[in-house]
Design a protein around this ligand. Structure first.
Ligand SMILES: N[C@@H](CCC(=O)N[C@@H](CS)C(=O)NCC(=O)O)C(=O)O
Length: 209
């Protein structure tokens, strides 16, 4: 089974690629740009009119939205155990974090990186950027508190939610005035554990030479 992933370094497509690696699936990458000065390709826009990546294509079906792609992949390749199944008591918690990451934390990042989309007058853009920073601090604190002494987002069990968490921490940027990941000690602990996985080292290019 081969997947095609619309992809750019530094983007949300990296998390999906880590999931594909963890699931041991073959895939090809289709290079896209997330540079705001580069137009989106007609091929991408035909699959996702928002012009966002990731988009995952399989057997003629294209899916966008990180959380949906992640859940769909984990369910299709359930043997890998990267997500609790539909009847597992931890299924709800898994979905909770995936949705929280994509609808709240990712959205707060968008307010930083694409602040002009969240206001209708240039003079209010600085306010959107400021609020994105305080919002990120609030939201990461919620995650940090929830982790407590747990090993992973689902307690003792590693899952794709941890991969998603790791990816989001890589977007924290001093240049944007974001809080440092070190402010959230439990988040940092999980992100460091995820970063040591071979899949992540391959995708993020952090394999030792
Ligand atoms: N809600 C979408 C957001 C995806 C998203 O924001 N992708 C960014 C890269 S991380 C992108 O394609 N940006 C280009 C643009 O907005 O023009 C998801 O979860 O997949």
């Amino acid at each position: 089974m081969t997947y095609a992933l619309y992809y750019a370094e530094g983007s949300a497509a990296m998390g999906v690629r880590v999931v594909l690696e963890e699931l041991n699936q073959s895939y090809k990458l289709i290079a896209e740009s997330i540079d705001l000065n580069v137009p989106r390709s007609p091929e991408l826009l035909a699959l996702n009119p928002n012009g966002w990546i990731p988009v995952l294509v399989n057997n003629g079906t294209a899916i966008y939205e990180c959380g949906a792609i992640t859940t769909w992949l984990c369910d299709r390749h359930a043997d890998a155990g990267l997500a609790p199944g539909a009847d597992d008591p931890q299924r709800g918690r898994f979905l909770q974090w995936l949705f929280f990451f994509s609808s709240s934390i990712q959205n707060a990042f968008q307010m930083s990186y694409y602040s002009d989309r969240f206001c209708d007058a240039p003079e209010t853009e600085a306010s959107v950027k400021r609020r994105s920073v305080s919002r990120l601090r609030e939201l990461w604190q919620v995650v940090d508190d929830a982790i407590g002494d747990d090993d992973w987002m689902l307690g003792e069990r590693f899952s794709a939610a941890d991969i998603y968490l790791f990816m989001l921490t890589t977007w924290l940027s001093e240049a944007h005035g974001h809080p440092r990941v070190e402010e959230f000690r439990q988040v940092l602990r999980i992100a460091e554990a995820v970063s040591a996985r071979p899949s992540v080292r391959l995708v993020y290019g952090t394999d030792p030479a």
